[in-house]
Design a protein around this ligand. Structure first.
Ligand code: HEM
Ligand code: HEM
Length: 179
C-alpha cells in the first residue's frame, strides 16, 4: 500500500461544507425562512470559490487536469466492463462528469431561489417548480454519486471517501495508475 496526496485542504473543506449546506436546505431547514436563503447563498459562494480554485488551485483540483476527454471516459467504462482495476490520481473521468453536473445544478438552484425573492419573479409558478425540480435532480445525482463512489472504491481497492477526508489516496501495490 502506498499513499499519494491528492486533495488539498480547500477541496476537502469545500466538499464537506457543500454536503452540509445542500443537505440542510434540501431536507431540514424551513424553506420559507431567512436561514434557507442564507444557506442557499453560502452554497452558491462555495461553488463560485471552487470554480475559481479549479482555475488557479493545485494540479488535482484544476478543471484542466480533470475534465475528461471522451477517450478517458471510454477507457474507464472499458476498465469497468473488463474488470481491469486501475486507479486515478485525481478525479475519475465519470466522477468528473458527475462533479460538473452537481456544480452546475447547485448554481441553477441558487439562481431560481434568488429569482423567487425578486419582484419580477415572486409567486411565478414555473420558477418555484423549476427550483423544486432542480433540487430533486440534485438529490438523485447525489444518490448516484455516493453509490458510484462506494462502488468504485470497492472495485479498485482505493477508499475514495477516506481520501476526501484525509487528502491522501492509499493505493494497493498491485494496482496500476491510469497514466
Ligand atoms: C450532498 C451530498 C454531496 C454533494 C453535493 C457532493 C458533491 C461533490 C463534488 C462537487 C465533488 C467534487 C469535489 C471537488 O473536486 O471539489 C465531489 C467529489 C467526491 N465526493 Fe461528493 N458530494 C456529496 C456527498 C458525498 C458523500 C456522502 C461522499 C462519501 C461517501 C462523497 C464522496 C466524494 C468523493 C470520494 C469524491 C471524489 C470523487 C473522485 O475521486 O472522483 N460525496 N462530491
Ligand atoms: C442548496 C441550495 C438550495 C436548496 C437545496 C433548496 C431547496 C429547496 C426546497 C427543497 C424547497 C421546497 C420546494 C417545494 O416543495 O416547493 C425550496 C423552496 C424555496 N427556496 Fe430553496 N433551496 C436552495 C437555495 C435557495 C436560495 C439561494 C434561495 C433564495 C435566496 C431559495 C429560496 C427559496 C424559496 C423562496 C422557496 C419557496 C418557499 C415557498 O414555497 O414559499 N432557495 N428550496
Amino acid at each position: 500500500m502506498h499513499s499519494i496526496k491528492v486533495w488539498d485542504p480547500f477541496v476537502r473543506l469545500f466538499h464537506w461544507s457543500l454536503v452540509a449546506g445542500f443537505t440542510a436546505n434540501a431536507l431540514f431547514v424551513d424553506e420559507d425562512s431567512d436561514l434557507h436563503e442564507w444557506i442557499g447563498y453560502a452554497v452558491v459562494a462555495l461553488v463560485a470559490a471552487r470554480i475559481l480554485w479549479g482555475l488557479v488551485g493545485p494540479r488535482t483540483a484544476r478543471f484542466a487536469a480533470f475534465l475528461p476527454t471522451p477517450q478517458a471516459v471510454m477507457a474507464q467504462i472499458t476498465d469497468i466492463a473488463t474488470r481491469r482495476r486501475r486507479a486515478h490520481l485525481g478525479h475519475t473521468p465519470l466522477g468528473a462528469l458527475m462533479i460538473v453536473n452537481l456544480l452546475v445544478t447547485m448554481l441553477a438552484i441558487g439562481a431560481t431561489g434568488y429569482m423567487m425573492t425578486t419582484n419580477a419573479f415572486w409567486g411565478i409558478e414555473w420558477v418555484e417548480d423549476t427550483h423544486e425540480a432542480l433540487v430533486t435532480w440534485a438529490e438523485l445525482s447525489v444518490v448516484a454519486h455516493v453509490a458510484a463512489v462506494i462502488w468504485e472504491s470497492r472495485r479498485t481497492g482505493v477508499n475514495l471517501p477516506r481520501a476526501m477526508v484525509t487528502g491522501r489516496k492509499r493505493i494497493p501495490d498491485d494496482i496500476n495508475m491510469v497514466p
